[in-house]
Write a protein that binds this ligand. Structure first.
Ligand SMILES: [Zn+2]
Length: 344
């Protein structure tokens, strides 16, 4: 197994140079390429065989032009480390893993400042300059990976990325004096975020549109209201926009109190238009704080899943196969559908 790092850095049996199936987006259409060549892993990278993936709302926005991305789609995964071009973390070989999707340089001012998630040279799995996980195999830096304990099966672990984004939202808030928090949006991210925020010392409710999703909140003991039944009284201390809708931010400005906080999780290909279209004068007049919130700590998400602290299985709407190709995206875009899981 030991090899001279310069000449033959790969583990024997590495799935490199082989062809894989990959759901690729060319800037206009998505299609399943049956014989995509997996590039060799760069130093520090691992080859990961996808064992389960999920389609997210962000993937759908990518296909509408978000980030001007082209390449293999997908960033929510569980996989097994097949090989690695790295000698520092051999213990991950053959292990089931999830991972942070930002591949960072470690050298820029953001990385040196402890903000590597904002690395100026970063590539992002399936979103920016790096092929994604809706494929038989894909590449990520070994440093990004977190082992998944046996007690967390693939159906749970595949939610690590979404749950981490919800955890990040909670971490960005300052909680003082049991505030009123409204989470807007009953998609997967809203339903995960409200479960995480319900553990804070706060009065938390979800505002959504679909009765079957509000019924999940009922099951979890989380307060919930239909969007048509809420007053817009500017009385919430914190409003979290998980709507995935261009109108979410404007609604948030109507619900939040003066000097309150809006935390924005919605990421749209039309974000610039949405922000300019929103009436932002309440941000000035009511002296609001507006926070953007992106990805989060996947290892902490795995820990929460291992503890059974959140229900993710109720968010699985459909199970499909990688062979379904672009139909995965169509299925995920249907109204009322939560998560579409993908078996390779
Ligand atoms: Zn950097």
């Amino acid at each position: 197994m030991n090899q001279a790092a310069d000449s033959t850095p790969l583990q024997p049996g590495a799935a490199v140079g082989t062809t894989i199936r990959a759901l690729r987006f060319d800037g206009a259409t998505a299609r399943l390429e049956p014989n995509h060549v997996l590039p060799e892993p760069a130093p520090g990278e691992a080859v990961i065989r996808t064992t389960k993936a999920a389609v997210s709302a962000t993937d759908l926005e990518v296909c509408k032009g978000l980030f001007a991305f082209t390449g293999t789609l997908g960033h929510e995964f569980v996989g097994v480390v097949e090989s690695m071009n790295d000698d520092t973390q051999r213990e991950l070989m053959g292990k089931r893993v999830v991972g942070s999707i930002d591949a960072v340089c470690g050298e820029c001012d953001m990385c040196h400042g402890g903000l590597s998630g904002h690395c100026r040279q970063r590539t992002v799995l399936g979103l920016q300059g790096r092929d994604g996980c809706l494929a038989d195999s894909f590449l990520l830096p070994v440093n990004n990976l977190a082992a998944v304990p046996d007690s967390v099966d693939d159906d749970h672990a595949v939610f690590a990325h979404s749950l981490a984004a919800a955890i990040q939202a909670a971490r960005q808030l300052t909680i003082e004096g049991r505030p009123y928090i409204t989470v807007l949006g009953d998609g997967p991210l809203g339903l995960l975020t409200v479960q995480v925020m319900a553990k804070l010392n706060a009065s938390v409710r979800l505002v959504g549109r679909y009765s079957e999703k509000l019924a999940l909140c009922e099951k979890w003991g989380v307060k919930h209201r239909h969007i048509d039944d809420i007053g817009r009284r500017a009385d919430q201390d914190i409003v979290v926009d998980c709507t995935g809708s261009p109108t979410g931010l404007e609604l948030a400005t109507q619900l939040v109190r003066p000097r309150g906080t809006i935390l924005v999780k919605t990421l749209l290909s039309t974000q610039a238009d949405a922000i300019s279209a929103a009436n932002l004068s309440p941000v000035v007049v009511n002296e609001l704080t507006v926070l953007g919130s992106r990805f989060g700590p996947v290892a902490q998400a795995i820990s929460m899943l291992a503890q059974g602290e959140v229900d993710v299985v109720s968010l699985i709407s459909k199970r499909m196969s990688l062979a379904d190709g672009p139909a995965l995206l169509t299925a995920a875009s249907q109204p009322g559908v939560l998560k579409v899981l993908v078996d390779p």
